[in-house]
Design a protein around this ligand. Structure first.
Ligand code: TRP
Ligand code: SF4
Length: 326
């Protein structure tokens, strides 16, 4: 039996290169090796955005298209939407019975997020339970591995604690899932800060070839390179940061040398980066073009995904109900 991998993302809308290289490329590798479940956590989105749900469907749909364009393959992994699989909610409520409140109150993201999102009223039951819903997402498939970023480690830790408590109170049903942390380089945005939707500095998977070039063309460089003959320092230039991730070793060396000696100009340097990105995104653009005209195919993917996920989750839930005595 292959080990199981599961991960999810909240539907926050279009994905950028940072999400692509940070999560999706990793998921693509995992789908080859593991029995993989990837889902869009639309209930989790409600925990902070319950008051404004107008974009929820569109965001979910956009994310799905991004995943498929990026190369997640529904033949190889199960792709679904959380709210289509009610077993997540059933396990959540059962776990809520055995989870001491202080376990949730001390999860660091709880107070942090309340601080950061002051404009929203997050003193809700659902928001406190966010990490427990995540535990249910994971345990309802008995997932072995959960690929996540470092910010999610406290949620994984809680999941293991809850699994242990359940196993102790009833019968050993749940394996303790492990986080799969992958090292990936930081992806700088067009202004040199970390690439992020909220900084308005992102290159999106849904950007066209022309849009990508326009973003690169106007991208921040080493400010000391005013004239073509001024030497620069690639270490402080975000264009170089992107070369490091997307260009060949050979090009990286040429840029490093050419920049320091003023042997190349910034536009030339950006053109090389553009070539690398075209190569990377070419297959993504191609898949997206096919998907755009094929709504029924996308619908087919999530319906089939919900069915597969439901089958896997309901097997576990039968066992859960049995050992609790329901
Ligand atoms: N909380 C995760 C995030 O914000 C999303 C998520 C929800 C998730 N349920 C999950 C991730 C289960 C991994 C496993 O990124
Ligand atoms: Fe940045 Fe390239 Fe210009 Fe150097 S040559 S400053 S690395 S864009």
């Amino acid at each position: 039996m292959r080990k199981r991998v599961l991960s999810g993302m909240r539907p926050t809308g279009r994905l950028h290169l940072g999400n692509f290289s940070g999560a999706l490329e990793n998921w693509k590798r995992l789908q080859e090796e593991y029995e993989s479940f990837f889902f869009i956590a639309d209930w989790h989105a409600l925990s902070t955005d319950y008051a404004n749900t107008s974009q929820l469907r569109d965001f979910t749909h956009e994310m799905l298209i991004d995943w498929l364009s990026a190369g997640l393959d529904p033949e190889k992994c199960t792709i679904f939407i959380q709210s289509h699989v009610p077993e997540h909610a059933e396990l959540h409520i059962l776990l809520s019975m055995i989870t001491p409140l202080p376990w949730l109150e001390r999860v660091p993201t709880y107070k942090q997020q309340q601080q950061e999102l002051k404009e929203k009223d997050l003193s809700t039951y659902g928001f406190l339970g966010y990490p427990l819903l995540q535990s249910a997402d994971i345990l309802v498939y008995k997932a072995d591995y959960v690929p996540v970023g470092i910010d999610q480690l406290p949620h994984l830790e809680l999941t293991r604690e809850v699994a242990r408590r359940f196993n102790f109170l009833y019968k050993p049903v749940f394996p303790e899932p492990e986080a799969l942390m992958t090292e990936f380089p930081k992806i700088p945005g067009t202004d040199g800060k970390k690439m992020s939707k909220s900084y308005n500095n992102a290159i999106y998977l849904s950007d066209t070839k022309d849009e990508v070039w326009e973003k690169l063309r106007t991208m921040v460089t080493d400010p000391k390179r005013i004239k073509r003959t001024d030497p620069g320092d690639p270490e402080i230039c975000p264009v170089f940061g992107l070369h490091r991730v997307y260009s060949s070793q050979e090009i990286i060396q040429q840029v490093d040398k050419g920049c320091r000696t003023a042997g190349i100009g910034c536009i030339e340097c950006k053109k090389w980066l553009n070539n690398a990105l075209n190569e990377k995104l070419g297959p993504v653009w191609e898949r997206r073009a096919n998907l755009a005209t094929n709504y029924s195919m996308v619908k087919g993917v999530i319906d089939a995904g919900a069915k597969m996920a439901h089958e896997a989750a309901s097997t576990v839930m039968e066992e859960v109900r049995e050992v609790i005595g329901l």
